[in-house]
Design a binder for this molecule. Sequence first.
Ligand SMILES: [Zn+2]
Length: 271
Amino acid sequence: MRWEELTSDEFAEAVVECGRVCVIALGVMERHGPHMPLGTDMINGHYICTEAAKREPAVVFPPWFLGQIYEAKCFPGTVTIPPTMLVELLLGIFDEIGRNGFTKIIAYVAHGGNNHLVPFLAQAQLAAPKTYQLYVFRYSSAMTDKQRARWREVLETDGGGHAGESETSIMMAHRPELVKMDAVGERTGRRQGRMDHLRGGLNALRWYADFPEHWAGDARPASPEKGKALVDIQVECLAEYIRAVKEDEVAGQLAEEFFRREAELRGPTGG
Ligand SMILES: [Zn+2]
């Protein structure tokens, strides 16, 4: 169920019907090679969520595009906001989802540049007790070996990390009019390795050093058929996770135990 399409009264019912589970795809607004739209991660991420929520009911938060993307600031159309504001904003959005009655929030990391940010936000949940639990979902860790094998079978390349075969195929599967394959020609987003002398560490320009056109991978073998097969795997994987989160009682119980022990450190108050 899409949050923005429900009436206020329907929304209240949906929260209960969905077991108080809300899913938000954390996308971004950034260059995706020469052929894919700026909102690729937001568009694909939100689509996967809405399809997964059809298999395992959950309320899907409206399309979201504010995330960590400073490394694409030098390209037209990127949207960044100050880093501390971004953290406050996302924590505020989670609280706002919780205020609307959800006790479980799934943050689906639909943009690789958020790979450091979102787990930090999850850990920051222990700063103070909440009325909800935050669960971070990433395909890299959520896919089963079988799903991973199916994924590899579909692709001719390694998929590419950004606007490559996999991401381009997925967009072709549901929004083909947004993919401009003419702009690809014989070009690829080949890794440049300009910071390979510093491998093992992290510098803010690492990604830019490797992919100066903000494009990682080979989009040429992409096709809508491959995209449909990949979407099916992603949707299945996320739907399974929504189900597991819905059934989970451990996170809430542990949070209670954890904060009770923390309160005991402070000793008896007042009286
Ligand atoms: Zn992307």
